[in-house]
Design a binder for this molecule. Structure first.
Ligand code: AMP
Ligand code: MG
Length: 325
């Protein structure tokens, strides 16, 4: 469904009637429903096969709407919202009593974000509801960065508003502001450095970058994974693709040598800057799956903090089944 007035009108009526629909944000496509409708929220969990202990991010049209969903609005929330909203930052606050527990998954808190994508903003304004909207994919698998990804991976979603490819291509940064100092729960599209410049110290448990912090229940070990098995490789020179199940594709940010590309069944070369890499990462994983790879050998991204969100997603994509939190 195109994101014109007719399409947005239909999506808005569906949401107001307690239905679900997928829509674009600047991070990834979301599967949205009224944050006030427990039955619509239950439908999100069902369609995604999402465990009920994993809470949802609620999208608001502006700071006032977001604030109305919080029991208290800490100073850190005010400062961060003022600087980074609309944008790819989700703030975890104590939830107001009228927010259904289904959104919070029993945590007593709610994650809030004001998205920057013009289609998301128009939809939020038109339906005049806060929208709970996790990424529009099956639980644990690769997030969608264009409408076609949603249609293919969640064919039962009744309506997908098409707003073209997502600008960031990687999920929002999630920060818990119920504690002092604020705490990073999920690295994401908004770089940590920019948060620090505004708020000073941020508690950044090592775990958030590797196995997920206990306070963000959704950060299971295996997540963001394509169908193919992902193997992180520090240096292709050492062993090439020897010993990896075939067909095997390569995902790299370096210029691959001819011998390596010759032995790979599908090669994806992404930009070697974190924003460019993040913007195409999930689409590249979708393409590798589409071309039938059994294995994807990924050149490990650089170690710097600006690559933190990408390393996090690739670590989780490469975690084996059975390790899910
Ligand atoms: P998704 O919308 O699928 O990209 O995932 C949302 C992320 O935000 C997951 O990692 C959730 O665990 C996290 N999240 C959402 N709500 C909360 C909350 N109330 N407390 C802590 N983490 C949350
Ligand atoms: Mg998700």
């Amino acid at each position: 469904m195109s994101a014109d007035a007719a399409g947005l009108g239909r999506a808005s009526r569906l949401l107001r009637a307690g239905g679900v629909c997928a829509f674009p944000t600047e991070t990834v496509y979301g599967l949205g429903a009224s944050a006030f409708s427990p039955t619509a929220i239950a439908e999100i969990y069902r369609l995604k096969n999402r465990p009920t202990w994993n809470p949802l991010i609620v999208h608001a049209v502006d700071v006032d709407m977001a604030r109305g969903l919080a029991r208290v609005w800490p100073e850190a929330a005010a400062v961060l919202a003022d600087r980074f909203w609309p944008g790819p930052l989700s703030l975890v606050v104590d939830r107001a009593d009228h927010v259904p527990d289904a959104v919070s998954a029993g945590t007593g808190t709610v994650a809030l974000r004001v998205p920057a994508h013009p289609v998301a903003r128009e939809l939020l304004a038109e339906c005049a509801l806060p929208l709970a909207a996790p990424s529009a994919n099956r639980s644990e698998s690769v997030s969608p960065t264009c409408a076609e990804h949603v249609v293919r991976t969640l064919p039962d979603v009744p309506l997908v508003v098409d707003g073209g490819p997502c600008r960031w291509g990687i999920e929002s940064t999630v920060v818990d502001v119920t504690c002092t100092p604020p705490r990073l729960l999920r690295p994401g599209a908004l770089p940590l450095r920019m948060l620090r410049d505004v708020i000073g110290v941020i508690d950044c448990p090592q775990a958030a970058a590797v196995v997920g912090a206990a306070r963000s229940p959704g950060m299971g070990r295996r997540h963001y994974a394509p169908r193919a098995r992902v193997v992180l490789v520090d240096d292709f020179g050492a062993f090439g693709l020897d010993g990896l199940p075939k067909p095997c594709g390569i995902l790299t940010h370096d210029v691959p040598d001819a011998a390596l590309t010759g032995s790979a069944a599908h090669v994806e070369v992404l930009p070697d800057d974190p924003a460019g890499y993040g913007a195409d990462l999930y689409a590249a994983l979708h393409r590798l799956d589409d071309s039938g790879m059994d294995t994807v050998a990924v050149l490990a991204p650089p170690k710097g903090e600006e690559w933190m969100a990408i390393r996090d997603r690739l670590d989780r994509a490469s975690a084996g089944p059975g390790l899910t939190a």
